[in-house]
Design a protein around this ligand. Structure first.
Ligand code: SAH
Length: 232
């Protein structure tokens, strides 16, 4: 059984032409990108590091990682998104290696290969997130860092991430997220513990609809980043 929800892949395939349109459905990802990349690059100098981006879509995050000097491999299962990512890679004169392969299959081919893995806003779209976490453990070198970001599951996150973002502010298309697939930090921590990844830090991401600003915050109530280390 493959760990993929085909209806999720179709959803992203249908929007693929708009990945780099800053005013499209992907606007929130463009807007949140600078704060998450600056967080990651402060934690770890990415220059010359082998970085794997899982669930890369059109390459918004992958390109920023490459701009920080990382040697980036980026994977997704949506072929239309990868086609857009590859074209944009040419335009940006970057050398990102985009591949259509699952994290599980790549883990069989390239164990202990990457210094850093990013898996942002992706776990809440797969049937078995624990299997992605396990693949991250297999793919990362001992001592390497794995960054996850996703959405917490509680009444506040339902209000902000679904009612607020999809129905009131129209930041995202309706149906982008399913509440039941949201992931509590403790659930992510359990899967990581089972995979022998060690928690380093967790930080929240907030959005102010009045100023339209995204920022890092202590509260993990809605969107959050957590990063883990594979023991040396
Ligand atoms: N990580 C990017 C894009 C997030 S959107 C960013 O944060 O900017 C979620 C992405 O996950 C989509 O591109 C979707 O195609 C991809 N995805 C969903 N299920 C997947 C799976 N099983 N394997 C790989 N990618 C998947």
């Amino acid at each position: 059984m493959k760990n993929v929800d085909e209806s999720e892949i179709r959803k992203f395939e249908n929007l693929a032409s708009r990945w780099w349109d800053q005013n499209s459905e992907f606007k929130p990802l463009h807007e949140i990108n600078p704060i998450r990349v600056s967080y990651i690059s402060k934690v770890k100098n990415l220059a010359e590091k082998k970085v794997l981006d899982i669930g890369c879509g059109g390459g918004i995050l992958a390109e920023s990682l490459a701009h920080h000097g990382a040697i980036v491999t980026a994977i997704d299962l949506a072929s239309a998104s990868l086609a857009v990512a590859k074209l944009h890679n040419l335009e940006s004169k970057l050398d990102i290696d985009y591949r259509q392969i699952s994290a599980e299959d790549l883990a069989k081919k390239e164990p202990q290969t990457y210094d850093v893995i990013t898996c942002l806003e992706m776990l809440e779209h797969v049937p078995k997130p624990a299997s992605i976490v396990k693949s991250c453990f297999d793919l990362i070198k001992p001592g390497g860092l794995v960054f996850f970001s996703t959405i917490n599951r509680n009444p506040k996150s339902y209000l902000f991430a679904i009612l607020g973002a999809e129905y009131i502010l129209n930041l995202l298309p309706k149906g982008t997220h399913e509440y039941v697939k949201f992931i509590r930090p403790s659930e992510l921590a359990t899967w990581c513990r089972e995979s022998k990844l060690e928690l380093q830090e967790q930080i929240g991401m907030g959005y102010n609809p009045l100023t339209k600003n995204y920022y890092l915050q202590d509260s993990l109530d809605v969107n959050y980043i957590a990063y883990y280390q594979r023991p040396k």
